[in-house]
Each structure stands twice: as structure tokens, then as C-alpha cells.
Write a protein that binds this ligand. Structure first.
Ligand code: AMP
Length: 195
């Protein structure tokens, strides 16, 4: 929604890792060992992916999805952006309850062909439907099961939650109540971008 409304290029290290895995690269295979059991992958891998994405992408605005996830990554990002003279403007904290997350993870499907992310009951009716964008086959992520989700939440609390105070301290944090429907969440994100 951000991309469509503001023409801001999105970059998601999680999606980049899934592409690397699909292409069978050593990085993709190594990362999958960690992602499939709910662990974060090392900062140097993620920062390397983001750095090469920034080298190829020359637009003036970008939005990172699921990055940074550690203080080390936040510091590396600050350095990368300082080199490009494009300072960080907003850090969104999409705050959702565990029950909301659990329920969304249970309904999430990803297109094997184009990587489109859809939800059963929102974009498609059943898990057997095809991708509404390209007609490709949909599958569940191998880290979208209950056990792996618990591990991901523990990683979040230990390594990612401290980012809230980091960005609050820099005056960049915008907390958004993400328990609501996409249109309402997006309305708040839009107002913050436009402000
Ligand atoms: P996501 O698609 O953002 O949910 O990410 C899926 C998985 O990829 C995460 O659970 C991590 O294992 C890995 N991953 C994605 N982004 C990062 C990041 N910024 N730092 C470390 N690991 C990441």
C-alpha cells in the first residue's frame, strides 16, 4: 500500500532471503537453516543484503520491511544512510497483540512464482486458491507454524524490542496500532509520512 500510494520502493530482507533460498545460493541455504527454526540470521548477512540493495536502488525514498531487527543493524543502517546523505525519517512500530499475530500467521500464504503475500479470508478464499496477482501456486512459509512462531517472538523480545527505545530516543518512532484492518493501519502510516 505504501509503494502504490507514495511510489516508495520497499525492501524486505526476509523476502530477499527467501529469493536467495529459491535460487539455491550458499547464503540462501545457510540463512534457511536459521529462519526455518525462527532464529534471526547474523547481522553481517542482513546488512550485506541491504547494502547491495541500496547500491542498485538509486531512488530518493525507500521503506524497509522487517529491518533493522537488532541494534547492530540499526547502527549499520545509520552509517549506510549517512554515506548516502539520506537520513532516516521515520521508524514505524507496527504493534500487534500475540493473538493477532498468531491468527495472521495461520492465514498467510506466499506465491511461489511472484512472492506476493496473501491472507486466507482477505485476498483468497481457501489455501487451494491460486495467486490473485499472477495465478502462481501458493504455499505456507516454512516458519509460519506455531512452534517456530514462539521462537520468533522470543527473538523479537530479546533482540528487536530494544529498537523501540532506540528510535524513541532519536525522536523517530511512530507507534501504530496494527491490530486493526489494513486500511486503518495504512491511514495512520500515510498521515505520518505526509506530516
Ligand atoms: P520476515 O519475512 O521479515 O518475517 O523474515 C523471515 C525471517 O528471515 C526472520 O524470522 C529471520 O529469520 C530472517 N530475517 C528477516 N529479516 C531479518 C533481519 N533484519 N535480521 C535478521 N534476520 C532477519
Amino acid at each position: 500500500m505504501i509503494q502504490a500510494a507514495f511510489q516508495i520502493e520497499p525492501a524486505s530482507p526476509g523476502a530477499m532471503l527467501r529469493d536467495e533460498k529459491k535460487a539455491g545460493t550458499p547464503l540462501g541455504i545457510e540463512a534457511d537453516r536459521l529462519t526455518s527454526c525462527g532464529q534471526l540470521v547474523p547481522d553481517r548477512m542482513i546488512v550485506g543484503l541491504v547494502e547491495s540493495w541500496l547500491e542498485k536502488n538509486h531512488s530518493n525514498a525507500f521503506v524497509f520491511d522487517g529491518f533493522p531487527r537488532t541494534i547492530g543493524q540499526a547502527e549499520a543502517l545509520e552509517e549506510l544512510l549517512a554515506r548516502l546523505a539520506k537520513p532516516l525519517q521515520i521508524a514505524f512500530f507496527l504493534d500487534a497483540d500475540f493473538e493477532t499475530i498468531r491468527e495472521r500467521v495461520g492465514r498467510r500464504m506466499v506465491c511461489e512464482t511472484c512472492g506476493n503475500v496473501v491472507a486466507i479470508g482477505l485476498h483468497i478464499e481457501t489455501a487451494e486458491d491460486r495467486c490473485p496477482r499472477c495465478g502462481g501456486r501458493l504455499h505456507r512459509r516454512n516458519d509460519d507454524d506455531e512452534e517456530t512462531l514462539k521462537r520468533r517472538m522470543a527473538e523479537y523480545r530479546e533482540k528487536s524490542e530494544p529498537l523501540n527505545s532506540h528510535y524513541a530516543g532519536l525522536g523517530l518512532l511512530r507507534r501504530i496500532d496494527a491490530n486493526r484492518i489494513p486500511a486503518e493501519v495504512f491511514a495512520d502510516i500515510s498521515s505520518a509520512i505526509e506530516a
